[in-house]
Write a protein that binds this ligand. Structure first.
Ligand code: SF4
Length: 64
């Protein structure tokens, strides 16, 4: 699977980091998300789906 982040949309609230800490972290300024794994392992699918669902401005997309 592939995680896609729309950095233009991201407002840095960090919900995705809480939902999927192995896939996302916040940047040093705490303003934007940083994608740690563009192609997360299948074992992280539940976290990845949860992150996509929880992002309040739909900045995340999961392919595959
Ligand atoms: S939940 Fe959405 S808006 Fe918040 S940091 Fe993650 S991608 Fe950005």
């Amino acid at each position: 699977m592939k995680m896609i982040v729309d950095y233009e949309l991201c407002e840095g609230h960090g919900e995705c980091v809480v939902a999927a800490p192995e896939i996302f972290e916040m940047d040093d300024a705490g303003e934007k998300v940083v994608l740690l794994q563009e192609n997360p392992d299948e074992s992280l699918r539940e976290q990845a789906v949860e992150a996509v669902k929880i992002c309040p401005i739909a900045a995340l997309q999961l392919e595959g």
